[in-house]
Every structure is written in C-alpha cells, then in structure tokens.
Design a protein around this ligand. Structure first.
Ligand SMILES: NC(=O)C1=CN([C@@H]2O[C@H](COP(=O)(O)OP(=O)(O)OC[C@H]3O[C@@H](n4cnc5c(N)ncnc54)[C@H](OP(=O)(O)O)[C@@H]3O)[C@@H](O)[C@H]2O)[C@H](O)CC1
Ligand SMILES: [K+]
Length: 494
C-alpha cells in the first residue's frame, strides 16, 4: 500500500530527504523537474511543440523555471517563460533557477499586478504558478492568470498539482483553479485527486519518483493509503490442489423482487464467478426460471427455509433489488451472526435506524454510493466531509464502509481509509454495485477477513473493467463484467 501524505507531511519528507541524503534542495528541485520533463516528452514527443511555462515565484515556480531550461537542453526550442510577479516573495531555489535561466536563449516575460496578459498561442501550457504551498483561494491577479490560461484552452500540464487546487481538505464548491489535462505529480498523488470535486481541475494524473526517502514516507502515520497490485498479490490465496466446493465456502445472496430480479441475478453471478464454492439465492419464487436460465449453478433458498438453512452459509449479502422484503432485515439480524454485506435497498431501509445499525454483526461491510450514504447518515456538502463522516461511522459501528465512486474509499473499523485505484468510466452503468456485492460475499464465504475481502473485491471489480477496456470495449455492462472476473482473478494468480 502506498501511503498518501498531507502537504505538511510532504514538506517533512522533503526536508528529511535533504538532511539524511545530504542532497541540496536545489538538486532535489532539479530531480523533480527532470522527472517532469521526461513525462512531458512522452506526452508531446514532437520537439517543435511550442510551450509556455507559467511560473509563480515559490518552489512550484522554481520547478517551472528548471523545467523550461531542461526542455530546452533536450531539444525543445519553442519555449517561453512567463513569471507572475504578483507579490514580492521569491523562494531561494526560484531565484537560483532564474539566474540559471538567464544563461539560456529562453525568452522570459515578467507580469506585475494589473499587467495585461498576452494571448496564449502556444500548443502547451505548463502550469507552475502555485503548488502544494497554496494556502488560500486564488484571487486578484492570480485568479485572472488562471482564468487566462483556462480560456486559452490549450493542452495544459500542471506541475505537481493544478494551481489553486488544495492538496487535501474540503474542496469548496466553485473554487477556481487552473484546469489541467494532465498533472505530473511528485512522489505521491495528492489526496484531493481522489475526490470527485477535483474533476473540475484535472482530467488525469501521473506520479513521478523524485527520489524522496521512501522508507521515511512509509514510516509517517497516514490515514489514507492507495491500494496497489502488490497488496492484492499478498491478500489473494491461490486455490489449493485437492480442494473441492466445500473448500471455498457457501455464499447466500438475499436479493431481488418481482420488478428488480436482475439485481439479484447479477449479485449471484458475481459470487459464482468470483469463486465461492456454492452460491445460494434467496429470491422471490417467480425469479427461479430466470435464475436457472442465467446461472444454473446457483441454488435456491426460500424465505421460509432461511431459519433452518442459515447455519449452512458462510457469508450473506443482502439488499440488491430487495424492495419491500427489506422489512425482514430486523428478523434476519436476530439469526446467528455471519459475515454480512449490506447493500442497496437494505442500506436505505437502515437509514435513520441507529439501533438496528448497531445490531449489524461486527465488521459487516456496508456498500453505499453517495446518495445511499447520505440517506444512512445524513446529508454532506462535499466529499471530504462525507469521507470524514464515514471514518467516524466505521469506528462507531465497527463496520467497513465501502463508499463507492470513481475511486472507492474503503473505510476500515480503525478509521483509516484504503483508496481503490482500479475502474474506469466505461463501467459507469447500472448493476455494477450488485456485482460488487456478489464479489464481496463470495470472498467472505471463501474465508477472507472482511477488510481483505473489501480490498480484494473493489480492486478486482475495477481490474476486470480495465481489462475489458484494454481489450477494446468502450462500454462495460455489469453482466459482461461478471464474465471477466475469472480472468481478473487469474491476473493475480491461479
Ligand atoms: N517534496 C516535494 O514534493 C518537492 C516539491 N517541490 C515543489 O515545491 C512546491 C511547493 O513549493 P512552495 O514554495 O512550498 O509553495 P508554492 O510554490 O506552491 O507557493 C509559493 C507561495 O505562494 C503563496 N501562496 C499560497 N497560496 C496563494 C494564493 N492563493 N495566491 C497567491 N499566493 C499564494 C504562499 O506564500 P504566502 O506568503 O502568500 O503565504 C506560498 O509560500 C511543490 O508543489 C513542488 O512543485 C520541489 O521542487 C521539489 C521537492
Ligand atoms: K501548479
């Protein structure tokens, strides 16, 4: 897992690296700028590409100056530098890099408050106005400069972070930032990149290694970690020789109603294709023909039989398309406790029912999307507040809250958050949540502990979608995703 640092911690890592490795801060800036330039050269290999580097006067601007020089050294001839001299501040490394720039043929123009800004006719804008040192919203000349860059509508690449975007904390609605097509960020992604509000500021990001001390970074306490393929390799247990269906557990999906049987079928299919030894469906009887036709391997269990068969299940998922049958949830919670996944209608049913929420088995997995989350725990004005609230709720309920989004936040009972990196917009369609629920139940039934099951299911769900996109699919329907799950699992280990 890659821990994600606050901007204050990033500064610490910066200082620590300078002290321990005795690298001078100007050389660290050079390393960062060089890594940025390598990324830009891949994005725009044509050395005739005209580029304007817009610099502030702090270290983000210092990076910008070094980037301009290094681009020129590597053969890019159409480089222009703009400097925003909107206050008297200059960092030492900015000043040093400016003196170096004067030994190059690069044209430098300085802009002072209220100066008119010329049209941007270059193909690419490199945004090095403000970085992780941002401490207030853009206003005055800074705001005008950011608007000018955005209005030019050029390919924009931000250094470390789009100017005006905060690295962590709530992103207020309507906060103005430079809008970057690509962010080349240093050493670690910034926390705000994973929050939906950042979509106004950037399309994509890539992380470049600038040589900060990794051991030190990983030793810093962090509440947020980015799940990596290595975590999945560590969690996933290969199927054993001489194993049989009993080895991989019995999953029960309680889902579906007359009008929403599809949700139940998707969950059952996902459980099956994620490797549960047995999957049973507690669905209305009128769904049986469809169940047998779509997943003949899945067994049927009636509501009436549930109290008697309950002991045979290793994990239970409840909610997809369940509708009015959610009224049975309080009764189900009186049965012996089992690893439980609560989704969709069952989550809405639990909204405001604090006593019932507290009756959920320890380390149950709740899988709300934004609206379901707010129905459960009250409205939230932004994603930062929602995630902070989920951290409190996960601790209070000793539950795992899988807050679904482009980057799903897996909030653990100790209040820490794992961010899932996999998934893509081709997967943005109905039924994906039902698939995730089936996967979660399947992994619980197979004996993964709830935290492992949550990380594994979220990662492989997105990985399957990524595989289909890589294979040429522009849209990934949920039923197609199910069929891809075995291949996503195989990519971890057979
Ligand atoms: N470890 C690393 O990741 C490295 C990062 N590098 C680069 O350094 C920047 C961070 O540089 P820093 O000098 O700390 O800060 P900025 O350049 O982002 O900002 C400079 C000053 O700007 C002022 N400020 C803050 N907010 C605003 C605003 N809204 N409007 C105007 N001015 C603003 C603030 O000064 P004040 O006096 O106003 O408080 C800042 O100090 C990082 O992003 C990387 O690009 C290194 O190059 C390598 C190591
Ligand atoms: K920037």
């Amino acid at each position: 897992m890659n821990s994600i640092l606050t901007s204050a911690q990033m500064r610490l890592a910066d200082q620590h690296t300078i002290e321990v490795t005795s690298i001078a801060s100007i050389d660290l800036m050079e390393q960062a700028s060089s890594a940025f330039v390598t990324a830009v050269m891949q994005l725009y290999p044509d050395k005739n590409t005209s580029i304007v580097v817009c610099c502030g006067t702090g270290n983000n601007g210092g990076d910008g100056l070094a980037i301009a020089r290094l681009l020129q050294v590597r053969g890019y001839d159409a480089i222009t530098v703009w400097i925003a001299r909107f206050n008297s501040y200059e960092s030492d490394d900015f000043a040093f890099n400016l003196s170096r720039l004067y030994h190059t043929p690069i044209a430098v123009t300085e802009f002072f408050p209220a100066d008119q800004l010329p049209d941007i006719h270059q193909h690419v804008v490199i945004d090095a106005l403000l970085g992780s040192g941002l401490n207030k919203p853009l206003e005055g000349d800074w705001l005008r400069m950011a608007q000018h860059i955005n209005q030019a509508n050029r390919q924009t690449v931000a250094v470390d972070i789009p100017s005006g975007l905060r690295a962590d904390g709530a992103i207020p609605e309507g906060e103005y930032t430079v809008r970057a097509h690509e962010v080349v960020t240093f050493q670690r992604p910034k926390l705000s990149f994973f929050f939906p509000e950042s979509a106004n500021s950037m399309d994509a990001f890539q992380v470049v290694d600038i040589g900060l001390d990794e051991d030190f970074i990983e030793s810093l306490p962090s509440d947020f970690g980015l799940v990596e393929a290595a975590d999945i390799q560590r969690i996933y247990r290969k199927r054993k020789p001489f194993s049989h269906k009993g080895t991989y557990g019995h999953a029960l999906i309680i889902a579906g109603s007359t009008d929403t049987m599809g949700a139940a079928l998707l969950s059952c299919g996902a459980s099956l294709y994620s490797g549960a030894g047995l999957t049973s469906a507690c669905i209305p009887k009128e769904g049986l023909v469809a169940l047998n036709a779509s997943h003949p391997e899945v067994m049927y269990c009636s509501w009436a039989d549930l109290p008697y068969t309950w002991g045979s299940f290793d994990a239970v998922g409840i909610g997809p398309g369940l509708g009015k049958a959610c009224d049975n949830l309080p009764t189900i919670l009186t049965y012996s406790s089992k690893p439980l996944v609560v989704d969709a209608d069952a989550l809405s049913f639990l909204g405001g029912k604090t006593a019932l929420l507290k009756q959920l088995p320890l380390h149950s997995i709740l899988t709300p999307h934004m609206k379901e989350y707010d129905r459960l725990f009250g409205p939230h004005g932004n994603w930062w507040d929602r995630v902070q609230s989920a951290r409190e709720q996960a601790v209070a309920l000793q539950a795992i809250i899988v807050l679904k989004n482009r980057y799903t936040f897996i909030v653990l009972p100790d209040g820490t958050v794992r961010i899932n990196p996999t998934g893509n917009p081709a997967m943005a369609s109905g039924g994906m949540g039902d698939v995730l629920t089936g996967m979660l139940v399947s992994f619980l039934a197979q004996g993964y502990d709830p935290q492992e099951a949550a990380v594994l299911a979220c990662y492989l769900h997105g990985a399957a979608g990524n595989q289909l996109v890589a294979a040429g699919m522009a849209v990934v329907p949920a039923s197609r995703l199910i069929a891809e799950l075995p291949r996503a699992i195989a990519s971890v280990g057979i």
